[in-house]
Design a protein around this ligand. Structure first.
Ligand SMILES: [Zn+2]
Length: 167
């Protein structure tokens, strides 16, 4: 997820993401949100529900504050790991995770979203096309780089393009 959206979530839900810059020995949250920007709105809605639930259903201090320990994509779906969650909150999280399979991880649309074979991506047709184009561009630039009998200036060009594509 891009830094801007990452910061937006942390600013909006400081209690849930209190460990965003914590020690990597104690939390995986230090890696940030390991998923695409398309799921921003889903995570936003999820956290809004979780924080509301914490604020209104503390159950005599039993569930003082839900805290995220890791947020990532796995097998095409959102994984939202937490500490200090009640059964209700676990249910809310499971529901959000199941919704992620119908939301393009890149752009956030729910239109015509499906999963790819092999390395699983949850995405819409447009984002799939764009990703595949990028993959083939990368392959072409890489081919130029490792080919013999190619001028240094062409290799420089290929390297520059490649670095741009992997950014
Ligand atoms: Zn998309």
């Amino acid at each position: 997820m891009t830094r801007k959206l990452d910061e937006a979530l942390c600013n909006k839900y400081p209690k849930i993401f209190v460990n965003r810059h914590g020690n990597m020995k104690t939390t995986a949250m230090c890696w940030g949100f390991s998923c695409g920007d398309g799921w921003y709105w889903l995570i936003d809605k999820l956290c809004s529900q979780l924080q509301w639930n914490t604020d209104h259903n503390n159950q005599n201090g039993k569930y003082p504050q839900i805290v995220a320990t890791q947020v990532k994509e796995k097998f095409g779906g959102l994984r939202f790991y937490v500490e200090g969650a009640s059964d209700v909150q676990h249910a809310i999280i499971s529901w959000a995770e199941s919704l992620s399979y119908d939301i393009c991880e890149s752009c956030g649309t729910t239109k015509d979203v499906s999963q790819t074979e092999g390395w699983v991506f949850t995405e819409c047709p447009n984002c799939r096309l764009e990703r595949e184009k990028n993959t083939s561009r990368k392959r072409n630039m890489w081919q130029l780089l490792i080919s013999r009998n190619i001028s240094i200036s062409t290799k420089k060009y290929a390297l520059k393009k490649l670095l741009k594509l992997v950014k």
